[in-house]
Ligand binder design. Structure first.
Ligand SMILES: [Zn+2]
Length: 603
């Protein structure tokens, strides 16, 4: 296996704009020179995650995550470095065939091990569906009107009624136990016995946006009410229920094209509508709608039609989903089906043309809400309760204009003042709580309180961002390690000085990129993102140097004063100490003369 050479890596980075790539995962808002979002790597309510198009880096001011486009994809997708390069190369049409990449078992990321295991499981379940063991399942699916082609397209399979269908296969393949444990597909009992999670179920593989299999939804065949109709894979490192939308890897292009997404509740609904020609469609996967889902959808479409079951539970679920989507600026409509129907049964009954027609006649979200709750008919106490519950379920507003418009609609249908709604919204415990969540542990360590520490911070900020080579040339001569008292800043200085000596023009991003210490690396990214706003960098450099020099001398003087007091108590003559003291006082006086603009002159 040939390693990918440095110049190709550079080419991959250059051809994958960080704003494009990041915004394919999360939605970014431009503010000033940078783009902002709520950080995908820690929980937060306000956006402290920023992406710089000019510097091609990202940094989170909340948790300290940071890096270039490759680091982002690695962190977000949980891939290894080579895997990420291959993915980005493919994205930008760079041919890496010549460096055909076959990672050794150790080199593979846990994600790719898990994807492989899921592929194996899909294969086994698909074959089982076609085998005699899958007869009942097959008949059931046919009875429900599914065509062979549709089932194949979505890789629908069957987990036979046995404890070790998958287990036998993974034993042959010698897949490591840790991978099995992480996958959620094989369960280890308390007495260390392994068995298949899914048994006697029709299996719907769940894929991520890039088409990697990440989990399964398993459905019982019989209508046995005691058993859960659906069981999904548990949350794993590759299956994040709050981020996965079933079917999106197949429907994304059509959703973009039509700028509309049809949202259904179940896998069967999706398959049935797909088979009937509705291709801009997704389903939730094992969880209620989350703010992340709303954000993902907003990347592909501005309009959504919620095609939920016709019964009361379905209508309530549709309202819940609408309350997540509308605040992101997605125009929602809700499909009205007869009470006993779901999209699957209904499209089979009326056909695709008539179903198209009812999609076109879907009701706007606010009027739907109004007719469902009928607030003006409620007693004041009930009305207040209904408002409170609605506001609790409300997702995050992507911007203040949308918030204003949405709340004004609510205010109209509830006959309540806007200001009251806003106040009520702020009182919402969920909102308040998450606003205070901050995941930063680096921050404490990187707090610079004294003037001397602030000077050390400024010097590093300056060195990293400056384009003036005079300053970088002077740095190793004047920034002695003992001037730095802050441990972390000292470590950072120790890393950057030699690299700068090797290459006076090295950029801050490159300094960060080459750093092997994760904390220092993040810190440098942060400084690059902040940039420097020093009007006169040379003067700043000198001022900081003088401040640190003075501090050092003052510290030494304090030490001497203590010793003097000691010898005074003991009745000794402090001859040497007095001489040292005098020396230091002279140094202090001449410090400013010694540290002058001439230090930048080189011959
Ligand atoms: Zn963060």
């Amino acid at each position: 296996m040939a390693r990918i050479p440095e110049h190709i890596i550079e080419q991959i980075k250059e051809s994958n704009d960080i704003v494009d790539v990041v915004s394919s995962y999360i939605s970014l808002t431009r503010k000033g020179q940078n783009y902002w979002a709520r950080c995908p790597f820690h929980q937060e309510k306000t956006a402290s995650f920023s992406v710089s198009p000019s510097k091609q880096i990202y940094h989170c001011f909340g948790c300290g995550a940071g890096g270039n486009v490759v680091n982002f994809v690695m962190a977000y997708e949980k891939l290894t470095f080579p895997e990420t390069l291959h993915m980005l190369a493919e994205r930008s049409g760079i041919n890496l065939d010549e460096y055909s990449y076959r990672p050794t078992e150790e080199e593979k990321s846990i994600s790719s091990h898990l994807f492989e295991l899921h592929k194996l499981a899909i294969d086994i379940y698909e074959k089982a569906l076609a085998s005699p063991a899958g007869k009942t399942a097959r008949e059931y699916l046919i009875k429900r009107g599914f065509e062979e082609k549709t089932l194949q397209e979505f890789h629908v399979g069957f987990a036979p009624d046995s404890w070790d269908t998958l287990l036998k296969a993974v034993r042959v393949k010698k897949i490591e136990k840790s991978v099995l444990d992480d996958s959620g597909l094989i369960i280890t009992s308390e007495n260390n016995k392994q068995y298949d999670r899914f048994r006697n179920r029709i299996m719907f593989p769940i894929f991520d946006l890039h088409g990697n299999p990440v989990g399964f939804g398993g459905r019982v065949i019989s209508g046995d009410e005691k058993e859960m109709k659906y069981m999904n894979s548990p949350e794993t490192s590759i299956y994040h229920k709050s981020r996965i939308l079933y079917g999106l890897h197949k429907s994304r292009d059509e959703i973009r094209k039509t700028d509309t997404v049809l949202i259904v509740e179940g896998y069967m609904d999706l398959l049935q509508l797909w088979q009937n020609g509705f291709r801009n469609i997704i389903a939730g996967s094992g969880t209620a709608f989350t703010p992340d889902h709303a954000r993902i959808i907003r990347r592909f479409a501005e309009k959504a039609v919620l095609c939920y079951d016709g019964d009361e539970a379905g209508q309530k679920a549709a309202v819940k989903a609408g309350l997540m989507l509308a605040p992101r600026g997605i125009v929602c409509k809700i499909l009205k089906l007869p009470p006993k129907e779901d999209p699957d049964s209904y499209v089979r009954q009326v056909g695709s043309e008539a179903f198209s027609e009812i999609i076109n006649n879907a009701v706007d979200f606010i009027p739907f809400l109004e007719s469902l709750i009928n607030p003006l008919r409620l007693t004041p106490a009930r009305r207040s309760e209904a408002v409170r519950r609605l506001l609790e379920q409300l997702g995050d507003f992507s911007d203040p204009v949308i918030e204003e418009m949405f709340l004004s609609d609510l205010s109209r249908i509830f006959g309540t003042d806007m200001a009251v709604l806003k106040k009520q919204m702020l009182r919402n415990p969920a909102r308040k709580e998450s606003e205070t969540i901050s995941a930063d542990t680096n921050r404490k360590e990187q707090r610079f309180t004294s003037k001397a520490e602030a000077a050390q911070y400024q010097l590093i900020q300056l060195l990293i961002n400056t384009k003036e080579t005079e300053i970088r040339k002077a740095a190793p001569r004047y920034l002695k390690q003992d001037l730095f008292t802050h441990d972390f800043l000292k470590k950072t200085l120790k890393y950057i000085l030699p690299s700068m000596k090797d290459d006076l023009n090295i950029t801050g991003s490159a300094l960060a990129e080459r750093c092997t210490d994760n904390k220092i690396q993040r810190f440098i990214y942060r400084l690059v993102m902040e940039g420097d706003a020093f009007n006169n960098p040379q003067k700043t450099f000198l001022d900081c140097l003088i401040r640190l020099g003075e501090q050092k001398i003052k510290d030494q003087l304090n030490l001497i004063s203590e010793k003097l007091r000691d010898s005074d108590k003991k009745g000794e003559y402090p001859g040497e100490l007095l001489k040292d003291k005098q020396e230091l006082i002279t140094q202090l006086k001449t410090l400013k003369e010694k540290i002058n603009p001439d230090i930048f002159k080189t011959d």
